[in-house]
Ligand binder design. Structure first.
Ligand code: NI
Ligand code: MN
Length: 226
């Protein structure tokens, strides 16, 4: 599996010949100014919730690539009215796609679409196939529901967790989340983009290292093979 960071919570995961784009918010992000958004290909766009800092580029990339949006029913319906194909899910449900299994799991947050339309309840995704199993948490607080993931899904190889605090859990709580999900390799997201969520990278990494865990802070535009 190849993981590329596009900043905020936008990641591209390439697996089994398919490209999965998560929460594309790239064009307005000054930290991601070197990313050529027109060069991004996607077979699927997975949206954790309706907030602008997760969906802003989904419409343009979806229309250009013909990607299928995977999200909750409300978000998929909103994009459906714009002519973009989608696969609606809801919490606790899983489905076998051509790239692997997706389970839409709980998140503690809010969700409204850019025009004020109700965005359903926010979620995260657990995705697995023969290559790996990972958790993309979306925007969430630390929640005991995370303990359900190791009870209901294959063991995680890595997790993409928000660590920026203020709007989501901070890195201290993300360390506890990694215990709940029984995963020692975490890729951080949702930090540094705005003043409210700027973090001290070395402090964040030390919090994980002190517990024998790894926090990967992947520079924007860089990729990792896991
Ligand atoms: Ni949000
Ligand atoms: Mn957000």
């Amino acid at each position: 599996m190849k993981i590329t960071n596009y900043g905020q919570s936008a990641f591209l995961v390439e697996t089994k010949g398919k490209k999965l784009l998560f929460d594309p918010f790239i064009s307005p992000n000054p930290l991601a100014k070197d990313i050529d958004i027109d060069a991004i290909e996607a077979d699927y766009i997975l949206l954790s919730h309706g907030h602008t800092d997760h969906v802003l580029d989904a419409e343009s990339i979806g229309k250009r690539t013909g990607a299928v949006i995977i999200s909750n029913f409300e978000v998929v319906s909103w994009y459906g009215e714009k002519g973009i194909k989608g696969h609606p899910m809801n919490h606790g449900g899983k489905f076998n796609f051509d790239f692997g299994t997706v389970k839409y799991v709980n998140a503690i947050h809010s969700s409204v679409l850019p025009d004020g339309t109700y965005g359903g309840n926010p979620g995260g995704f657990v995705i697995w196939n023969e290559e790996a199993c990972f958790y993309f948490a979306g925007d969430t607080a630390l929640t005991l529901d995370m303990k359900l993931i190791p009870m209901t899904c294959p063991s995680l190889d890595f997790a993409i967790l928000p660590i920026g605090d203020n709007f989501t859990m901070g890195y201290e709580d993300a360390v506890i989340a990694s215990d709940f999900i029984e995963c020692n390799k975490v890729i951080g997201c949702h930090y540094d983009t705005f003043g409210y969520i700027k973090i001290d990278h070395s402090e964040a990494q030390k919090s994980f290292a002190d517990k024998g865990k790894e926090l990967v802070l992947l520079p924007i535009g860089e990729s990792l093979n896991l």
